[in-house]
Design a protein around this ligand. Structure first.
Ligand SMILES: *[C@@H]1O[C@H](CO)[C@@H](O)[C@H](O)[C@H]1NC(C)=O
Ligand SMILES: *[C@@H]1O[C@H](CO)[C@@H](O)[C@H](O)[C@H]1NC(C)=O
Length: 418
């Protein structure tokens, strides 16, 4: 989903008065692997340092627009060492020498939004502009665009914090154009995009795109028995059962570029060989990002229910990740709460090969172990809408007006249907 305006404008720090005076963090835990020092780009955040704050932000002041700075930290110290260790499990995720590099930036145009897809044959990463943000000028006026980068260029700059200008960002002229793409993944050697549609008459659709020139596209699904979807948000291919799962939610309407909501917000599955399409979950308020655990036994669905597009935010609504067991026949069991995020809403979600879960939230990426415990952050200090691993040890993070390239130890859960 697009970043709510309340989140994109929130980089102003929240100074938790007394919290800042509470003194430095307690001593860093030892990295668990013999021979390691704490990596240069990492810092330990000890949650005991803020379990009991001298002063907690007023209920009157809270509007969800401020970031939390643990005692002894501030905006620049958190960004200076962006790999934040909350739990020892995170050391295996980051390895001894993680890096994080800003590789592209814009003044205001949210070019680096979602649908982050790695295409191994050319070692390129694709991503799309925000269709719903006013600053993009997209949505009803024109379609959001697709762009791509060459990872070899990004990798050459990995030891710099700021390498803007060194990595080319190229427009991908899809043909016919994918209208307002928002989600994407690899599928049978192509990229499948979830397009949100436009106005009343351009239906939201799943498209396949050829990842090499001429970037020709084919509409795969654009209706549910003749009815339009609201605005398809994200798409994931199950690692073994052949079904494609996708979310439909009301952001196109809440961001003023879809006419109405005529259908329930839910998760669907579609089988490309039989054409069967069916709703498989409607438990969540605003199903958004979705991904499978590496063994295919769980579907993780982010719920951005709190974010209501241009109509505001309701902090009593979900800002949560749910997970649902995947039955042998590909249907889904009852959902359970996996985690509730403490800053913003969880948007894109992906797993690594160990089953750790990563999601883009209000201050970067958060990482949880399979038990739902926050083990660390890749901190950008800005809303990360989505991201994707590029195989082993590489990650690309879209923060709307900023694009980051990171290197670490983790490997993305294998990509189906390469
Ligand atoms: C990154 O470098 C560019 C080019 O030198 C500069 O304009 C920009 O302000 C820098 N950004 C940050 C966040 O330091
Ligand atoms: C693109 O065109 C090629 C050649 O006609 C075709 O084989 C391929 O299926 C097309 N891909 C898509 C996604 O339409």
């Amino acid at each position: 989903m697009p970043p709510p305006t309340w989140l994109t404008s929130i980089l102003a720090p929240c100074v938790l008065g007394a919290a800042l005076l509470a003194g430095p963090l307690s001593k860093a835990r030892e990295p668990p692997l013999a021979g390691w020092d704490l990596p240069a780009q990492a810092q330990v955040i000890d949650q005991r340092a803020f379990n009991a704050l001298e002063r907690v932000e007023s209920q009157e002041a809270f509007d969800g627009s401020s970031l939390f700075y643990p005692p002894g930290t501030d905006a620049s110290s958190l960004k200076a060492r962006p790999y934040h260790v909350y739990h020892d499990d995170f050391y295996a995720v980051i390895g001894p020498e993680p890096t994080l590099t800003l590789i592209a930036a814009t003044e205001t145009d949210p070019l680096f939004h979602e649908a982050v897809v790695w295409y191994p044959p050319t070692d390129e990463v694709f991503f799309v502009q925000n269709a719903g943000a006013r600053a993009a000028g997209t949505g009803l006026a024109k379609s959001a665009i697709i762009q791509k980068i060459d990872l070899a260029q990004a990798d050459a700059a990995k030891h710099k914090a700021n390498a803007t200008g060194e990595v080319d960002v190229r427009v991908v002229p899809s043909q016919p154009q994918v209208i307002n793409p928002n989600g994407g993944t690899n599928w049978r050697g192509q990229i499948v995009f979830a397009g949100e549609g436009q106005g009343a008459d351009v239906p939201s659709a799943l498209y396949a795109m050829n990842p090499v020139a001429p970037y020709n596209t084919t509409v795969l699904v654009n209706n549910f028995f003749g009815r339009q979807f609201s605005s398809l948000n994200d798409v994931a291919v199950h690692p073994s059962n052949g079904w494609i799962y996708f979310t439909d939610v009301d952001y196109g309407h809440l961001q003023d570029f879809r006419a109405k909501v005529n259908i329930r917000r839910q998760v669907y599955r579609w089988h490309p060989d039989t054409g069967v399409i069916q709703a498989v979950a409607d438990y969540t308020l605003r199903p958004n990002g979705l991904t499978f655990s590496p063994d295919g036994k769980w579907l993780y669905v982010t719920d951005t229910g709190a974010a209501q597009g241009f109509t505001g935010v309701d902090w009593s609504a979900p800002a949560s990740i749910y997970r649902l067991p995947v039955n042998d026949d590909g249907t889904l069991g009852p959902n359970e709460l996996f985690t509730y995020v403490h800053v913003g809403v969880p948007d894109g979600v992906h797993c690594d090969t160990k089953g750790n879960v990563y999601s883009g939230v209000g201050d970067g990426l958060h990482v949880w172990n399979p038990a739902g415990t926050l083990i660390g952050k890749i901190y950008t200090g800005a809303v990360a809408a989505n991201f994707q691993f590029a195989g082993k040890g590489r990650i690309v993070i879209c923060c709307e007006t900023e694009l980051y390239y990171g290197t670490l130890a983790a490997e993305g859960a294998h990509i189906t249907d390469l």
